[in-house]
Design a protein around this ligand. Sequence first.
Ligand SMILES: Cc1cc2nc3c(=O)[nH]c(=O)nc-3n(C[C@H](O)[C@H](O)[C@H](O)COP(=O)(O)OP(=O)(O)OC[C@H]3O[C@@H](n4cnc5c(N)ncnc54)[C@H](O)[C@@H]3O)c2cc1C
Length: 458
Amino acid sequence: MATSPAANIRPRVVVIGAGFGGIYAAKRLGKLPVDVTVVDRKNHHTFQPLLYQVALAVLSPGEIAQPIRSILRDNANTEVVMDEVIGIDAHARRVHLKSGAELLYDYLILGTGSTHSYFGKDEWCKLAPGLKSIEDATEIRRRVLLAFELAERQTLETGTHPPLNFVVIGGGPTGVELAGAISDIARVYMTRDFRHIDPSMAKVLILEGAPSILTAYPKDLQQKAVEQLAKLGVRVRTGARVTDVQPGYVMVGDERIESVCTLWAAGVQASPLGRMLAESLGMPSCLDRRGCVQVDEHLNPPNHPEIFVIGDLAHVEENRHQIPGTAQPAIQMGRYAADRVGLLAKDPAAAARQKPFHYFDKGDMATIGRKAAVARIAWPFHANWSGFVAWFIWLTVHIFFLIGLRSRLAVFRQWAYTYIRKQDGVRLIVGSQSLPGWDALATPPASSEDEATMAARS
Ligand SMILES: Cc1cc2nc3c(=O)[nH]c(=O)nc-3n(C[C@H](O)[C@H](O)[C@H](O)COP(=O)(O)OP(=O)(O)OC[C@H]3O[C@@H](n4cnc5c(N)ncnc54)[C@H](O)[C@@H]3O)c2cc1C
């Protein structure tokens, strides 16, 4: 099947990826005289900033993810296709889908985001899952909750259990959020639920290779973050480069650190679609070292005004600094690309006068735990805040940016319940009941007496 723009009078726009960039582009395109196809390999848009709350059982997946076709249902000019893009032919203006179908376009908006990077050690992925999707979040939830359940069962059976050490690799915003939330769940929400173990004895450790955590934040906020993590009982080790990840432990050089559950928040790389596009354009050099596509001031790769790369996949610089891979830049790029498509399609002269893309920086926030966060406010005034005030702003902003009234109400109700009653809502273990490395940790090494007995028996 090939859907041809020639058959249509109106320009056809294909939007690949319904993340923050793609969904805001598609919403804007809904008001323009174009025909739009949105392609995503998932049927839902995920609000990634709240994924960690699904991973740590505060929210359920349905509260932070909405079907793409529901979000765009009022756009009469838009169709949604659930499929994976596996190839781009920039010269034929054609997109290849995994199902075998092809889509032709007049304009292409590419916003397929980023993915985990294990720095070439992809085998670590099974032992230390990262957090990028709903599937990742429910897998992390399974592992964290299972560690407590196995400890309770083990104590019931043998009177003891291995230390509940959780290791988070990476001290960026996601690592800090995960570590703080594990501490919250252990020290606040589950304290009264077990009979044989004390969940608050769990230890959470962040291992960060750089000299500080939250490296994109001002120094004073980095320090505040370390202090707030310490209050939550989270230990931070900076300058600690993980050299191996194994079931039940990680290695930092020669040091072995026991871990019942290891999580990965250390590396990010661009979606492979960036490379596919660059190869199709015959310009592999337009990729940066993370695989992001370097685009011009109109978000186009060189010599292709009909192609826009937006969000995490785009490498955009302002004042010689790369715009960060966060939600606001993706949203703003999505809107800009849609506006530019509208101008190019309707009035190329006006398009020639359009101002270049400019990122309107409102600031950054990272939550650390219950009543703890850091916020760099850049608009409507400049300030660096931490603690309860930053946390409260974080809650408000995230409610505001969630897509859909139903999600906003549901998340508001769930947070009120969780933070006031100190009980979290979605503590479900779904799937396998085995935890990598648990059996080895739970079986104490045989004593020399045992070994002698076994040797005598054999
Ligand atoms: C755990 C976590 C926490 C975060 N917290 C914050 C935060 O607090 N504040 C903040 O501003 N930012 C945060 N971010 C970053 C923010 O979510 C991203 O910057 C933003 O989602 C990027 O938007 P995007 O549109 O570029 O890509 P994404 O939102 O990642 O969307 C990409 C879309 O493309 C689809 N896709 C990928 N490949 C294909 C393919 N081959 N075919 C079809 N579809 C495809 C995916 O299914 C997805 O729907 C966080 C990210 C994570 C992972």
